[in-house]
Design a protein around this ligand. Structure first.
Ligand code: PLP
Length: 362
């Protein structure tokens, strides 16, 4: 069986650094000094407590997480956060503002509406989500319990370049598909969440960073597992945490720090995205689907002149060793997801493939 690695453009679960996979492979039978696998040890063991503490410390260092914030490792994906955010933070008689920039924001709205009053404070749905709203298009509620937005829209290939200005209300962000892809000022946020499987590790663990004063909003009557206060009060160990996912996220954090941290990672991501968009814009054969000022550096979406050519592109790119370039089933077209661990050689190789495909079919 071949262990040749393809260029993996999957939107998630997604590519991980080979050095991380190799370390996990080396350590799978027995963690150094422990003599048992990460898959076998108690989450109450000293060994796992050390892994959890180191992963949290490295998340804090990499993200520059200030004091006054809790770092939580939860389960249920970003999708459970769509529910936990309003269940914990949306008090009766108040309103939560949601900025709607794609399918994931819409799902977040749907769950919040089950809990309380939601005001859509901005939406680009009428333009098929080809951009994120401008600040002057937002209609924020005075005294909103929080403002929720999606930093990067994985399906539509758009991304905010700066956070919306929301005044006093805590800013809540779904950062699942661009977490730690560039420097982040955590102090601007009340709560940040991300499913790990795009930039942070494997699926099964969800990173939540929450400002400590917001924990007081979790009502005592809540189901324990759905309460941020429970998880914060128990250092993410109220129940059995996703041990392997936390371990692997820890290795990814160490890798990211070794790259030089978020400034260095952001520079590489800028370069990868610029290279791909330059090819998309070169002749007009390819057409970027996102408006230029909203283009994502993580999920680069584009179309070809016809659906027939898109099908051909998908087929031939797969045969050439590129995986996962087909766009989301809801929007069609092509999508190249180039998360942190996606190598620059893979971007160069795709550009060469695109040039050759255009030469033959243009
Ligand atoms: C992938 C994704 C989700 C869904 O994450 P799950 O962990 O599968 O629940 C939510 N929001 C965004 C922006 C995503 O990219």
């Amino acid at each position: 069986m071949s262990t040749q690695r393809l260029f993996n453009f999957s939107a998630g679960p997604a590519v991980l650094p080979p050095s991380v996979l190799e370390q996990a492979q080396r350590e799978l039978l027995a963690l150094p000094g422990v003599g048992m696998s990460i898959l076998e040890i108690s989450h109450r063991s000293k060994a796992f407590e050390a892994i959890l503490a180191k992963t949290e410390a490295d998340v804090r260092t990499l993200g520059g997480v200030p004091d006054g914030y809790k770092v939580l490792f939860l389960q249920g994906g970003a999708s459970l956060q769509f529910s936990m955010v309003p269940m914990n933070l949306l008090a009766a008689g108040t309103t939560a503002d949601y900025i709607v920039t794609g399918a994931w924001s819409q799902k977040a709205v749907k769950e919040a509406q089950r809990v309380g009053t939601v005001h859509v404070a901005g939406s680009t749905e009428a333009e098929a989500f080809v951009r994120v709203p401008r600040q002057d298009e937002l209609s924020l509620t005075a005294g909103a319990s929080y403002v929720h937005f999606t930093t990067n829209n994985t399906i539509f290939g758009t991304q905010w370049t700066v956070e919306p200005e929301v005044g006093e209300a805590p800013l809540v962000a779904d950062t699942s598909s661009d977490m730690f892809s560039r420097p982040i000022d955590v102090s601007k946020y009340g709560l940040i969440y991300a499913g790990a499987q795009k930039n942070l590790g494997p699926s099964g663990v969800t990173l939540v960073i929450i400002r400590e004063d917001l924990l007081a909003r979790s009502q005592k009557s809540m189901h324990s597992m759905l309460s941020y206060a429970t998880h914060a009060g128990n250092q993410s160990m109220y129940n059995t945490p996703p041990c392997f996912g936390i371990y692997l996220m820890g290795l990814v954090m160490q890798w990211a720090l070794a790259q030089g941290g978020l400034t260095a990672i952001g520079a590489v991501n800028d370069r990868k995205a610029a290279t791909l968009y330059a090819e998309i814009d070169r002749t007009g054969f390819y057409r970027g689907t996102a408006q230029k000022d909203s283009r994502s550096k993580m999920n680069i979406t584009f179309r070809l002149p016809s659906e027939e050519l898109e099908a051909k592109f998908a087929k031939e790119s797969t045969a050439a060793g590129f995986d996962g370039l087909k766009g989301h089933r809801s929007v069609g077209g092509m999508r190249a997801s180039v998360y942190n661990a996606f190598p620059e050689e893979g971007v160069e190789a795709l550009v060469q493939f695109m040039k050759e495909f255009e030469r033959q079919n243009g």
